[in-house]
Design a protein around this ligand. Structure first.
Ligand code: MTE
Ligand code: MOS
Length: 843
């Protein structure tokens, strides 16, 4: 067992503890960034002037009238930027644009003594626009060939040979929606400048180091002049990985120019209309199956809707490609990815980071093809699980593939699936207007940042003379329980009770050059760094204790506030050991002039990734899980409820089981929201309001709430799941459970299909809102999914060119060509899997 993953006896990790701030959260005492306004004197408030066009040139900007508004102090425009007028890392996001790229784009910002003064000032700013043509939907972008960034291709084997081998070849397409983060705390920053020009920004950011870098380049100062602190976030979910930077830069610019603290906090509607969301995707695919249902080949094109700038779209797309396989072995595969450039908010990271989108493509096509193959979708899935020794399409051997089988079987047994399937069948036989569906889906999700360099972290641990301990680490707390886990790691390594340890807010002047708290890797990375720092301290203290006790240093162990020697000697205590209390030892070490603080560091070993050829072993390991969902659907309205959900999920040996179960429940519900409820709508008309986000509030954007929770929700952690080479044998948990929610979508599809004859294939839109389910029911009643085309079998010597399905269909309806057939429009160099080497793929 590796040193990193080995647990001492009676560790503090693994205990079921509440979130370290739970009491503060529920009493309202927890401080969030914007709560600091009341504690800061002479704060100015920032308000944006937002564009009423999806795409337009700014031909004139007149601020004089705003300055006349009582309480307005200053209007910030592009002319004020001393450094680089850009808020992104790709230099494609002007902070003050001269060409507005989406409806709601901020043209300039007004600072006022009150938020109301700033708002009235913003309303008084006069902007002249010359409207330009706009692209709103991903389909429009594909038609216009409006793309941005790299177009990766992931290839293994020979897809055409796979199709030639296949007994059945199907093709189809799907377009599915993005998702609003709807964190409870909207974007917020407060900036202050001291007498020396040192800038201090408190920001609700998942990536304080990058917020620091962007602020520094906007202001034209070195990074050491900018400190960013994140107290905690009221949810980030990926939405605060890149998007906070520009807002922090506005606040910092305002503070430098006025010498006063500046606060910027978006209202909910501003947050919804200005900040990026989960990417919606369009996918077209062609898949070949052997007679027994094994996948022979997959050829697909995934087009994500990137919005107006790149932001994190390239790495999100890369992760989508890396998760198109989900849990399934696909011998021959070619997947092409591209990013549509549309006049919408710049879509960004969101829990799963493209993984859910990649997985939706395969989960959807399996369920649409299963009835055509005469197979139960669950059986089709299981038949295609990875086996030992097999590698992903990008070349990483799948470690512990048996955990897919084990979690799947645990759900089958624990949720009593066989007998419940019989009950569902009986229910459906005896009910004409209400039907039930029960579906299982698996999850395999890669953990680590694809970009190897990001897999490093730091920590700073101080032991004070009274023996109390203060830890800092590079990760941010957004509700996911990272700080709770880090306290447990430190307590375990130092052998101290939790109460002796306190954790300080994340700051760039404590731990520099951090990665975003993202990719679910927060606990793996920062846990490694905290453990390293604590071990440096215990190693030094062991020397001090050994000298005092007259034993070898290797014999010293730290547990429960004592340093004990396992070396049997005269004068030992009743347990046959010699010991010294932590407090005495710390004082002794101080007088011996032994350093009582340490900077810890961790980097994940064994990773490599070549984005140019889309090959490597980018992930330390995979997280696994399986879920079964049962739903009931009303045939008149499409309304449904989730009757029961059973989950078995692999978190390794849990660092903190209560936290992990909360993450699984929350992730699952958030995933179910994306797949079944949350319906982002933009104005796609040709009216003046074209491009306006129509769902600007919780009144029109439906979020999951208590009433959408599964009526019976059973979550368990996979047992005996120790993960070698990860801190205390644990695994990451933040994102993977979101994708367990595919079980709900598939259960809805099965319930809808039950309104048609047995074996009906159903195309279900995503999100599967009651309306979408209603249309799926109508489809089932009238012959089923006619959009998946089956090509004439290669065995009949009649190979069909994937670019032009021949329209041979079971129902004889006219063929509808996929909008973008899998190999259409790929430049030949891309086809070979090499795209420009300078295409920087982040994460
Ligand atoms: N849980 C809560 N409560 N709030 C959040 O914002 N973000 C998710 C997940 N769980 C989030 C959450 C996302 S997108 C990620 S990447 C991980 O937490 C990040 O934290 P970790 O790396 O510490 O797991
Ligand atoms: Mo999470 S989307 O990696 O912040």
């Amino acid at each position: 067992m590796s040193h990193l993953s080995q647990r001492p006896a009676d560790p503090v990790v693994g205990r079921a503890l509440p979130h370290e701030s739970a009491a503060l959260h529920v009493t309202g005492a927890a401080l969030y960034t914007d709560d600091l306004v009341g504690r800061t004197a002479a704060v100015l408030h920032a308000h944006p002037v937002q564009s009423p066009h999806a795409h337009a040139r700014v031909t004139d900007l007149r601020i004089a009238a705003a300055l006349e508004v009582p309480g307005v102090v200053r209007v910030l425009t592009g002319a004020d930027v001393p450094g680089v007028n850009d808020a992104g890392v790709r230099h494609d996001e002007p902070l003050f644009p001269t060409e507005v790229m989406f409806h709601g784009h901020a043209v300039c910002w007004v600072l006022g003594e009150t938020l109301e003064a700033a708002r009235l000032g913003a309303a008084a700013v006069e902007v002249d626009y010359e409207p330009l043509p706009s692209i709103i939907t991903v389909r429009e972008a594909i038609e216009a060939q409006s793309f941005q960034g790299a177009q990766p291709v992931m290839v293994r084997g020979d897809v055409e040979a796979g199709f030639a081998r296949a007994a059945h070849v199907f093709s189809g397409e799907i377009e599915f929606a993005g998702q609003e983060h709807f964190y409870l705390e909207t974007h917020a920053s407060i900036a202050q400048v001291d007498e020396n020009g040192q800038i201090f920004i408190q920001s609700s950011t998942q990536h304080p180091s990058e917020t620091q870098e962007i602020v520094a380049h906007v202001l034209g100062v070195p990074s050491h002049a900018v400190t960013v602190q994140c107290l905690r976030m009221g949810g980030g979910f990926g939405g605060k990985e890149m998007q906070p930077h520009g807002f922090a830069a506005i606040a910092a610019l305002g503070a430098t120019l006025t010498g006063r603290p500046v606060r910027l906090r978006l209202s909910r509607t501003q947050d919804l209309t200005m900040t990026g969301k989960r990417h919606g995707f369009h996918a077209s695919w062609r898949v070949g199956f052997a007679d027994d249902g094994r996948i022979e080949a997959l050829d697909a094109t995934l087009t994500s809707d990137g919005g107006w700038s790149l932001d994190l779209s390239e790495p999100v797309l890369a992760r989508a490609l890396c998760h198109v396989d989900n849990a399934y072995w696909i011998p021959e595969v070619r997947v092409h990815g591209r990013i549509a450039k549309t006049h919408k908010t710049s879509q960004t990271a969101f829990r799963g980071f493209g993984g859910p989108q990649g997985m939706l493509v395969i989960e959807d096509l399996l369920s649409r093809c299963a009835p055509r193959l005469g197979l139960d979708p669950g059986d089709l899935r299981r038949r295609n699980f990875y086996a030992a020794g097999q590698a992903t399409p990008y070349g990483q051997v799948v470690r512990h593939p048996e955990r897919m089988e084990v979690t799947w079987q645990a759900v089958l047994d624990g949720a009593d699936i066989a007998s419940r399937q019989a009950e569902v069948a009986e229910f459906n036989r005896t009910h004409e207007d209400v039907k039930r569906g029960l579906a299982l889906t698996p999850v395999k999700f890669g953990i680590s940042f694809n970009l190897t360099a990001f897999n490093q972290a730091g920590a700073l641990v101080h032991v004070y003379k009274d023996g109390s301990v203060l830890i800092n680490h590079g990760g941010t707390e957004m509700g996911q329980g990272l700080h709770t886990k880090m306290l447990q790691v430190a307590a375990t390594t130092l052998g101290l009770p939790l109460e002796r340890i306190r954790l300080a807010p994340t700051r760039t002047d404590k731990v520099p050059n951090t990665s975003a708290t993202a990719a679910s890797s927060g606990a793996d990375l920062n846990g490694g760094a905290v453990k390293d720092a604590c071990e440096q301290i215990t190693e030094r203290l062991a020397q001090v204790a050994a000298a005092r006790l007259g034993v070898p240093a290797e014999s010293i162990h730290f547990h429960d506030g004592m340093a004990r020697s396992s070396h049997p000697l005269e004068g030992a205590d009743s347990a046959g050991t010699r010991s010294i209390s932590w407090e005495d030892l710390v004082v002794a070490a101080y007088f011996d002039r032994v350093q009582l603080f340490a900077a810890g560091y961790y980097r994940t070993e064994g990773l490599h990734w070549d984005s140019a050829i889309f090959q490597g072993s980018p992930f330390k390991y995979f997280a696994y899980g399986a879920a079964a969902a049962e739903v009931e659907v009303d045939g008149f309205t499409g309304a449904y409820r989730t009757r029961r959900v059973d989950i078995v999920h692999d978190v390794g040996d849990s660092l903190s089981p209560l936290i992990d179960i909360g993450q699984i429940e929350g992730g699952f519900v958030q995933g179910a929201g994306w797949l079944t409820l949350e319906d982002l709508r933009w104005d796609e008309s040709d009216r003046a309001s074209r491009g306006r986000l129509a769902t600007q509030a919780a009144s029109t954007y439906k979020l999951p709430s208590f009433s959408e929770m599964p009526e019976d929700f059973r979550v368990s952690l996979l047992e005996h799941a120790h993960e070698e080479g990860v801190v205390y044998g644990s695994k990451a948990v933040g994102e993977p459970p979101l994708m367990l929610a595919f079980s709900v979508r598939e259960a809805l599809r099965e319930a809808a299909a039950a309104f048609g004859p047995a074996g009906t294939s159903v195309h279900l839109a995503s999100p599967a809102t009651p309306e979408a389910v209603y249309w799926a029911i109508e489809q089932a009643r009238s012959g089923g999914d006619t959009t998946v085309l089956e090509e004439a079998s290669a065995r009949d010597g009649d190979v069909v060119d994937g670019r032009e399905p021949d329209g041979a269909r079971r129902d004889g309806a006219p063929a509808r060509l996929p909008l973008a057939s899998p190999s259409h429009g790929i430049p030949s160099d891309v086809e070979r899997g090499t795209y420009p080497a300078d295409a920087r793929v982040r994460r």
